[in-house]
Design a protein around this ligand. Structure first.
Ligand code: PGA
Length: 262
């Protein structure tokens, strides 16, 4: 079955409002001349303070060819949670997706599998879609526990979700040692892990949901790597950090992704 590829830019804690708007306009200038059927699904994840200007630029353009994601959220809908943001707030600001469980949040902000599961449920209940990140450290890879670690992250994240919810969710496999290091995981190996994730998804849901869910690769994706990555059987796109911060490189990733027949 064919799954529409996703090219998602994770802007992390970068870009002020004007810079975010400019980057959005740069991506728009490429995609406005292309039809939706040619294009992958394009997602950008600005910081909370930049979502508004990107969303306003999108509204005045009047096209849905670029989707917007939050980089995190809380699972409660409102209340005394200083510094947090709810799904409803992200939706109100114009988001379609929310990235959750990014390794930087797990590592620096002590996010647990249980929290990520609560966030996934809240996101789906609130009408947005989660991009659930998973990935192993270099030590785990060297110790040979990559597959069991990833499988347990996925089982925990999807716990209690319906098959329909799982089918429309997105997973991003991001080996931590490949994030921001310039060291891309070999495409065949990334595809092997992603195919394993798909088997786990099928185990906890259904064959259909496992075939429908889109699983991205993340970790030093560049314009020169995306074609080979997307040519693999199970890699459905990329979650891109560094190379998503400049319109030139992000647009080249989009253009190169379109060379791959899906
Ligand atoms: P990178 O980041 O492309 O800079 O490696 C990817 C990510 O953390 O999502």
């Amino acid at each position: 079955m064919s799954r529409k590829p996703i090219i998602a830019g994770n802007w992390k804690m970068n870009l002020l409002q004007d810079e975010g708007r400019e980057l959005f306009e740069g991506i728009k200038s490429l995609v406005s001349g292309l039809s939706e059927s040619q294009l992958p699904e394009i997602v950008v994840a600005p910081t909370f303070t930049t979502i508004g200007v990107v969303s306003a630029a999108k509204a005045s353009w009047g096209s849905d060819k670029i989707k917007i994601a939050g980089q995190n959220c809380h699972w409660e809908s409102s209340g005394a949670y200083t510094g947090e943001i709810s799904v409803e707030m992200l939706k109100d600001a114009g988001c379609d997706y929310v990235i959750i469980g990014h390794s930087e949040r797990r590592q620096y902000f002590s996010e647990t599998d249980e929290m990520i599961n609560k966030k996934a449920k809240a996101i789906l209940a609130g009408g947005l879609l989660p991009i659930i990140c998973c990935g192993e450290t270099l030590e785990q890879r060297e110790a040979g526990v990559t597959d069991e670690h990833i499988a347990s992250q996925i089982r925990a994240a999807l716990k209690g979700l319906t098959n329909e919810e799982i089918a429309k969710s997105v997973i991003a496999y991001e080996p931590i040692w490949a994030i921001g290091t310039g060291k891309t995981c070999d495409s065949v190996e990334a595809n092997r892990v992603i195919a394993m994730i798909r088997r786990v998804v099928k185990e906890v849901s259904s064959e259909e949901a496992g075939n429908a869910i889109r699983i991205l690769y993340g970790g030093s994706v560049k314009p020169s790597t995306i074609e080979e990555q997307l040519s693999q059987s199970d890699i459905d796109g990329g979650l891109i950090g560094g190379a998503s911060l400049k319109a030139d490189s992000f647009n080249e990733i989009i253009t190169n992704s379109m060379k791959v027949a899906v």
